[in-house]
Design a protein around this ligand. Structure first.
Ligand SMILES: Nc1nc2c(c(=O)[nH]1)N[C@H]1C(S)=C(S)[C@@H](COP(=O)(O)O)O[C@H]1N2
Ligand SMILES: [Mo]
Length: 415
């Protein structure tokens, strides 16, 4: 099956689809008598319903949290490269991705109360009529870290890996909006994509979120068709998506077909209630919060991730080793990253790089050594340009478990 006529992106491990008879021996460790009689339509019974799945175009070690719809996160150590490779970028689907792509007829329509007249563009027009830009953009699911909330929040139990920072190439949304002509009363944009609702109801919109017009008009807000210089993987929004760095990744609409320019805050599915909204004030865990006291999440908070070494590393003796990772802070920059090996009693300042561009993560690294044999944790704590630090413990509880930016911890053992 070629990528362009993708299935839902979920393939059983390749070996299952190969001729069963040819691989029986290898799988079971011994030759199967009568293997040549095994019907091609069947699978070896020992593998049916197996838990191992391989996401199309994705690294085999992504952790699949859900397969209906597909949601998969990246183990921290696979995020080590400075630019997140496409095959390890996390996947968060709310519905069923499109399966057939008619690229000639794929259109992006700009409409809504606040445009003079709706206008549509083919992919070719987008690619030929406007200047192209490439930015490295951090997109993090608003629910990244949800797994730590107590009382637990419903939804994918993301650990630390619903985050990526790849290079995206496309056109500036503002260039398109200016070409269409936006009225002065524009307040918000809302996207629509070609994915379909999990219920199978073709009328139902899966998700339609957006950002205030000011964020939509920023230079780095892209309508992209390339990720790290290649076609975007189907699971990440092929052939066209919005990329809005630094804000909840739910604003980065995939399989993009339509943008509505609104004269009020966009009201599509997942803009209301507890969806991507948090209490305006600190609440007690489990507390019921009146709807009018909830606010839409905008830029994501300061956070960091340790990508090397891999948690669980064994270190021989007192030799020093590198600790490294990335840090990001929504629309702000990172000012400092601190590393501790004594549960936060003392901290060492790490080296820190500048961001490739606005809304790209920054890299930190430092050398450490462990003073004696035994179990240690390495903690990393980033501080943003406003002097706001990551908390050590999980921050403000909220009904859907968003915005957990607590420090990342890894375990290392000196042997
Ligand atoms: N059309 C569409 N766009 C979407 C989604 C979706 O389900 N459908 N999921 C959103 C959410 S909640 C997230 S976190 C990001 C995930 O982007 P990724 O799968 O490329 O990592 O896509 C966003 N854009
Ligand atoms: Mo998300």
């Amino acid at each position: 099956m070629s990528k362009k006529e993708s299935n839902l992106g979920l393939n059983r491990r390749k070996f299952i689809s190969r001729s069963a008879a040819a691989i029986f021996g290898a799988l079971l460790g011994s030759k199967i008598v009568f293997a040549e009689n095994f019907p091609k339509a069947l699978e070896p019974v020992g593998l049916q319903g197996g838990e191992e799945f391989l996401l199309e175009g994705k690294h085999k070690d992504l952790m699949i949290l859900n397969n209906k719809p597909i949601n998969a996160e990246t183990p921290a150590h696979l995020l080590d490269p400075k630019v997140t490779p496409a095959d390890v970028h996390f996947v968060r689907n709310n519905g069923i991705p499109p399966q057939n792509f008619d690229l000639e007829n794929w259109k992006l329509t700009i409409e809504g109360e606040s445009v003079n007249a709706p206008k549509s563009y083919t992919l070719k027009e987008l690619q030929s009529k406007f200047k192209q830009y490439t930015y490295q953009l951090t997109i993090e699911c608003g629910g990244n870290g949800r797994k730590e909330f107590n009382p637990p929040a419903k939804g994918n139990q993301w650990d630390v890996g619903a985050i990526g920072c790849s290079q995206w190439t496309g056109v500036r949304l503002k260039d398109i909006l200016n070409d269409v002509g936006v009225k002065s009363d524009a307040v918000y944009i809302g996207y629509y994509g070609a994915d379909t609702h999990i219920s199978g109801d073709p009328e139902k919109v899966v998700i339609s979120r957006g950002v205030p017009i000011a964020k939509a008009m920023e230079d780095e807000t892209l309508i992209a068709w390339k990720m790290n210089g290649e076609d975007i993987p189907v699971l990440n929004g092929y052939p066209l998506r919005l990329v809005i760095g630094g804000w909840p990744a739910s604003t980065s609409g995939k399989w993009l077909t339509k943008i509505s320019v609104r004269n009020k805050v966009h009201d599509g599915p997942k803009m209301k209630g507890t969806s991507y909204r948090v209490p305006k004030y600190p609440v007690e865990p489990g507390q019921k919060v009146p709807d009018e006291d909830m606010k839409i999440i905008e830029a994501m908070p300061v956070k960091s991730i340790i990508t090397y070494p891999k948690s669980g590393a064994m270190v021989k003796g007192g030799q020093s080793f590198e600790v490294r990772g990335h840090a990001w802070a929504g629309d702000k920059t990172i000012k400092e990253v601190w590393v501790s090996i004594d549960f936060g009693t003392t901290w060492k300042k790490a080296n820190l790089s500048a961001a490739a561009n606005k809304n790209a993560w920054q890299h930190f690294n430092t050398q450490i050594s462990l003073p004696q044999e035994g179990y240690f944790e390495v903690w990393a704590r980033a501080v943003d340009s406003n002097n706001t630090s990551q908390p050590m413990v999980i921050p403000g509880w909220n009904p859907k478990g968003y915005l957990n930016n607590a420090c990342h911890r890894i375990a290392v053992k000196r042997v």
